[in-house]
Design a protein around this ligand. Structure first.
Ligand code: CP
Length: 297
């Protein structure tokens, strides 16, 4: 049975912490190399900057040969299914696939493949590598995750980052609350609060992008950019109420002056760009782990 990484539901707390610590070791100078000729391919059916580029750099860092795959010039454009595309790459000799796809749980159609799949984000479903780099960034700052108070604020309903982080943070013993306009809530995830009631008590303020591309007319009519920022965004006034040792996170891309005031994106408590740096090390750790789990190295 091939081991994939498609959802944070699949990992237990020990496996998550092991990946976090391994990524931090790699950041602190340890190295890993697959030591033989192995191929990786990154199939992105939705746009990406961070996930695609950092997976590619991570693959090269650990000695994988990266085989380019552009969805826009592939036979997907002739109607080939995702399964047939991936089976083809498996038979040609690719050893690991990273896939981002607009369809929730696209990976269910790939469970019979004999090649590991790392989910680079599925619709509004899950984004495990983003979640793991977020956990790495929190652990790097606090030296723990258990007991931390974490606010996740934004377009929760459409956010795969919110769903992966909600699952994983609870597994690791963090106290997670959410803030979102009612139309963007997913009430199955947990308790919703007013950002102004909790801002002075939280350790982590995790902001999520307003996902305009997934909105219908009702969503866009609900909020102007300014109204959203005033009611749910990190304003300078809210930033000044944060605890001294708290951190501000955002998976990016950021809508400046919507989720966070433009002047706060690189403020002292913001680790937004450090998250992106950590992503490359976490993706090395994920690739190493999945290749070892599947006895490919
Ligand atoms: N955070 C994130 O997934 O960014 P990209 O869409 O640029 O990969």
């Amino acid at each position: 049975m091939v081991k994939h990484l498609t959802s944070m539901e699949e990992l237990n707390a020990a496996e998550i912490l092991s990946l976090v610590k391994r990524a931090l070791s790699l950041k602190n100078g340890e190295t890993y190399n697959v030591g033989k000729t192995l191929y990786a391919s990154n199939l992105f059916f939705e746009n990406s900057t961070r996930t695609k580029v950092s997976f590619e750099v991570a693959e090269r860092e650990i000695g994988l040969q990266v085989v380019p795959f552009e969805t826009s010039t592939s036979s997907v454009q002739k109607g080939e299914s995702l399964y047939d595309t991936c089976k083809t790459l498996e038979k040609i000799g690719i050893n690991v696939l990273v896939i981002r796809h607009f369809q929730n749980e696209y990976y269910r159609s790939l469970s019979q493949l004999n090649i590991p799949v790392i989910n680079g984000g599925d619709g509004s479903g899950q984004h495990p590598s983003q979640c793991l780099l977020d956990l790495m960034s929190i652990y790097e700052h606090f030296g723990k995750i258990e007991g931390l108070k974490i606010l996740i604020a934004g377009d929760i309903r459409n956010s795969r980052v919110a769903k992966s982080n909600a699952v994983a943070l609870k597994k690791l013993g963090a106290h997670v609350v959410f803030a979102a306009p009612e139309v963007w809530q997913d009430t199955q995830l947990g308790e919703y609060v007013s950002i102004d009631e909790v801002i002075q008590d939280i350790d982590v303020c995790m902001l999520l992008r307003v996902q305009h591309e997934r909105h219908d007319q009702a969503d866009t009519q609900s909020f102007s950019k300014e109204t959203y920022h005033c009611q749910y965004g990190l304003t300078v006034e809210r930033y000044n109420r944060l605890k001294e040792n708290s951190i501000v996170m955002h998976p990016a891309p950021v809508n400046r002056d919507v989720e966070i005031a433009d002047c706060l994106v690189e403020a002292e408590k913001s680790i937004i760009f450090e998250q992106m740096k950590n992503g490359m090390y976490m993706r090395q750790a994920i690739l190493e782990w999945i290749l070892k789990e599947n006895n490919i190295v």
